[in-house]
Design a protein around this ligand. Structure first.
Ligand SMILES: Nc1ncnc2c1ncn2[C@@H]1O[C@H](COP(=O)(O)OP(=O)(O)O)[C@@H](O)[C@H]1O
Ligand SMILES: CC(C)(COP(=O)(O)O)[C@@H](O)C(=O)NCCC(=O)O
Length: 332
């Protein structure tokens, strides 16, 4: 925020200048767009996804519909394309300036937000769309759950009730991974988490091989570096970041609904960590889900995740039916 903008903020905070004329609009570092404003941008953007693609995404159990993709994700993928082109152009100019000494590295997008707000769905749709743009055919997705400490280590540290909190991750491994990706390294490996066993998979990894775009999705990707240290923040490696937002009561309801649905699928699998939940009736399952939400996910949202919202480049706010109602885009 500029000093002038800060001044305007301070005036606002005091309730305006005291004059009878209309108060000056409050200045923020974000451009604010309603759904209608945002979706109007879609008219000038070709849609790189068709019905068949949406059906395929749905088959991966993503519930998103074509209207949402059309009105919200189409402009978003175009905007991201503009940022990718912008960075590529800065890269070319810098490379000429340096006499050919720098190599281009992947464009990294971070996606943050609460458990159950719809980060995975947003990330998967974006990946599918970005892959269809000529400038970004090679797009990869990594979720930060692979960087959680294994359950055995969480138990040793008394952190099983803190899964998803900043201290439950191997932050240095995540920083090393991103440093390697942003150094232009080939075949960079990330560990893998299994929601079925509720644990990191020993010895398993995914490999990221210099994509055009890497999407990094996780609860805490916008967390600042720990105070007092000299360490970097994960977001120092992002070229763009998105915070997916919604009212806490709606997110809790989505969490409970997903939990109830999982009884028929993941929970009933013989290897499921939550096998004991598969046979709960609706009332007991809802009680259990609300208990996990209130003990773990709600405090994490309030203490660690929500405070990072204003660090994002773009904030997408959903209504109670997952429809994006407002987009905030950071001013440049
Ligand atoms: N755009 C959407 N429309 C309808 N339901 C959605 C949408 N996005 C997510 N959901 C549902 O909300 C729940 C949480 O979404 P998910 O992407 O798994 O969240 P997260 O990755 O943030 O935990 C899931 O049950 C998912 O099916
Ligand atoms: C695995 C998660 C921490 C999400 O991790 P992320 O990929 O966002 O880093 C989360 O889905 C989770 O399991 N939380 C613990 C509480 C619960 O079981 O809901």
């Amino acid at each position: 925020m500029t000093t002038q903008e800060q001044g305007a903020h301070d005036l606002d905070a005091r309730g305006g200048t005291g004059g009878a004329e209309a108060a000056a609009p409050s200045l923020t570092p974000f451009v604010e767009l309603s759904r209608a404003d945002w979706s109007r941008l879609s008219a000038s953007t070709p849609l790189p996804l068709g019905d068949a693609d949406i059906v395929r995404l749905r088959s991966l159990s993503d519930p998103i519909d074509l209207a949402e993709v059309d009105e919200v994700y189409r402009p978003l993928s175009r905007l991201l394309g503009l940022y990718v082109e912008g960075i590529a152009s800065v890269h070319r100019a810098t490379d000429t300036f340096l006499g050919g000494r720098s190599s281009r590295t992947p464009f990294v997008i971070g996606i943050a937000g609460s458990v159950a707000v719809g980060k995975s769905t947003t990330a998967r749709v974006l990946v599918e769309m970005l892959r269809r743009w000529a400038e970004t055919p090679h797009v990869e997705l990594v979720t930060t759950d692979g960087f959680l400490l294994p359950n055995a280590e969480l138990r040793r540290r008394g952190l099983m009730e803190r899964k998803g909190f900043p201290e439950s991750y191997d932050r240095r491994a995540l920083l090393r991974f991103l440093t390697d990706v942003k150094s232009g390294a080939e075949h960079v490996e990330a560990p893998v988490y299994d929601h079925l066993t509720y644990d990191v998979v020993p010895g398993a990894s995914v490999t990221v091989n210099r994509p055009d775009v890497l999407v990094v999705e996780g609860l805490n990707v916008l967390q600042p570096a720990p105070p007092g240290g000299t360490s970097l923040a994960v977001s120092d490696f992002f070229d763009f970041s998105i915070y997916v937002d919604a009212a806490t009561a709606d997110i809790e309801r989505w969490y409970v609904e997903r939990f109830l649905r999982l009884r028929q699928t993941a929970f009933s699998h013989p290897d499921s960590y939550f096998r004991r939940y598969a046979d709960l009736d609706d009332a007991d399952a809802e009680r259990t889900a609300r208990d996990i939400w209130r003990r773990i996910n709600a405090p994490n949202l309030e203490e660690n995740i929500s405070p990072t919202r204003s660090r994002a480049t773009l904030v997408m706010t959903k209504d109670e039916q997952h429809r994006i109602q407002q987009v905030l885009l950071r001013k440049l």
